[in-house]
Design a binder for this molecule. Structure first.
Ligand SMILES: [Zn+2]
Length: 438
């Protein structure tokens, strides 16, 4: 009887939800910017959607059953090899939905790492942490999203009410800029809990030292509109939710859209670092549409403003994405190495070694320059590196690894190992930044 009622709830929820029934994930060998542009052209024709953000020489694309044959033919005709990786994305999403619905509801202020949680649950937990750690934590309102949600961060440092605490060197971490990358905000929450001694209790001395030396600001989910949309409507939504206009700008005689209205911009292509030049699409409905201009999305503008206002203190910027298990060093818009690449290499080696040490036997993370085999413009870490002039500005790509078939629907039992290994990765990162080595 219980099974039947759970199934009914799943089916009811699925009815309001974009189904992705029998949609496939197809891996396409890319290897160059020109090939990536060919794939983006197919996306503009509506044949596929870019799915993964791996820079390792391939791109996973999402294809509807209706478009599969035509898409494969088009890829073949432009000389790109492809192989089917996932047979039914819709089934994976339903499975995840069923697990979410069977998870125990959260009491006010509490949090768990055996399930993915909504934005209000995260914020309520941050508020509860501030209440119980009032001498070392406070909520920061970074700004307001397009749909009116407050983008919240938690600022943590010893003796937080003192004037001196405002002048301490700052570490900024953010997660959830891409809506569907659920393990990112979950990992951010675990890092916050660990810094405040609620998790990883054996590291409390180390965390105490960090809080004495730094002010650490963590914004677990800086695209809350997109994140909520992935819970309510479309699990694979990546962008923000601000309307970006009619597809190709074309209106019909009645003033509506000739094709359809497009929503959102890719918030990690929206920053003013080589904005709009590579790895992007001018199709407003594309998953990698960079916006009309840099910072035209409320959430990127809010974070940018906060970082600018604290740039004199900022010593480390790290942003967390999924998936592929990578540690990406600047810059991403060109494969040319930046001046400080030797430092980046040293930091990257230390970070991936620390992660590997924590969860032995699992696929290792790989450290590499963000551009990988083909570049992408306008990402947050490059803006911090180039415009704020901060050497230590990095991007994590969390679990699963690039060979996994689960993609963004990382099973909830993987949250904890992902988060744990990234506490160790973060500690190694902090130990190796320039500020700690002059
Ligand atoms: Zn991402």
């Amino acid at each position: 009887m219980l099974k039947v009622s759970v199934l009914l709830v799943v089916l009811t929820a699925a009815y309001c939800f974009k189904s992705y029934d029998r949609y496939k994930i197809v891996r396409v060998d890319v290897g160059s910017e020109a090939n990536l542009q060919s794939i983006l052209s197919l996306e503009s024709e509506g044949l596929l959607e870019v799915f993964s953000e791996s820079r390792l020489g391939y791109v996973d694309v999402l294809v509807s059953p209706k478009n599969l044959a035509k898409c494969q033919k088009s890829l073949h005709s432009i000389g790109l090899r492809s192989v089917e990786r996932v047979d039914d994305v819709g089934a994976q999403i339903l499975q995840e939905k069923a697990a979410l619905l069977s998870a125990a509801p959260m009491a006010d202020g509490s949090y768990s790492y055996d399930s993915y949680h909504r934005y209000d649950v995260m914020i309520s937990h941050l508020e509860s942490l501030v209440a119980s750690h009032s001498s070392e934590a406070e909520i920061v309102d970074v700004g307001t999203s397009y749909e009116g949600r407050t983008i919240k961060a938690i600022r943590m440092t010893a003796d937080i009410s003192s004037d001196e605490s405002d002048d301490k060197p700052m570490i900024w971490l953010d997660g959830g800029i891409h809506a569907r990358e659920w393990v990112s905000p979950a990992t951010m929450m675990y890092i916050i809990d660990s810094i405040l001694g609620e998790q990883e209790t054996d590291k409390s001395d180390k965390m105490g030292e960090l809080l004495a030396k730094f002010q650490i600001v963590v914004a677990p989910c800086i695209n809350p509109d997109g994140y909520e949309y992935t819970h309510t409507t479309d699990r694979l939504w990546r962008k923000t939710r601000k309307p970006s206009g009619c597809r190709w700008g074309k209106k019909n005689w009645f003033g509506g859209c000739f094709y359809r209205m497009c929503y959102g911009a890719d918030p990690n292509r929206n920053w003013a670092a080589d904005w709009g030049n590579s790895g992007v699409s001018d199709d407003r409905c594309s998953l990698v549409y960079p916006g009309k201009e840099p910072f035209d999305q409320e959430n990127t503008k809010a974070v940018k403003t906060y970082l600018e206002n604290h740039s004199d203190k900022l010593k480390l910027y790290a942003t967390y994405h999924s998936y592929s298990q990578l540690f990406l060093t600047p810059v991403g818009y060109t494969t040319t190495k930046p001046e400080n690449w030797k430092h980046h290499k040293k930091v990257g080696d230390a970070v991936v070694a620390a992660i590997a040490q924590r969860n032995k036997g699992t696929a290792p993370y790989i450290a590499m320059q963000s551009a990988g085999l083909y570049p992408a413009s306008g990402d947050s870490a490059d803006w911090v590196h180039d415009v704020l002039g901060l050497t230590d500005s990095y991007t994590f790509e969390l679990r699963p690894d690039g060979n996994s078939n689960v993609g963004f629907e990382l099973p909830a039992d993987q949250i904890l190992p992902t988060a744990q290994e990234n506490v160790d990765g973060l500690l190694a990162l902090i130990d190796n930044i320039e500020y700690n080595n002059i």
